[in-house]
Design a protein around this ligand. Structure first.
Ligand SMILES: [Ca+2]
Ligand SMILES: [Ca+2]
Length: 83
């Protein structure tokens, strides 16, 4: 049962990568490209500095994707949604 649930979650993540963003982060993605720019993040989280953003942007492409956001939340660099 647990394995089935894990497979369902994995399948849904592959199909809908944007779903990994919590509601507030989805709203922040104003150009709806599935990634968050520094400007988009600061629109909802003004306390996020350029240094923090660069630390979260692990691959250095200037945008935060769902995976980078998840890691940032785990490490406490970015808040969970609705907190
Ligand atoms: Ca965006
Ligand atoms: Ca990135």
């Amino acid at each position: 049962m647990t394995l089935t649930l894990t497979r369902l979650i994995a399948a849904s993540l592959i199909t809908l990568p944007v779903a990994a963003f919590a509601a507030d982060y989805m709203a922040a993605d104003t150009n709806q490209d599935g990634m968050l720019s520094l400007e988009e993040v600061q629109a909802i989280l003004p306390e996020v500095t350029t240094d923090t953003f660069m630390a979260v942007d692990a691959d250095g492409d200037g945008l935060i994707n769902a995976d980078e956001l998840a890691v940032a939340q785990t490490e406490g660099l970015m808040p969970e949604a609705d907190s």
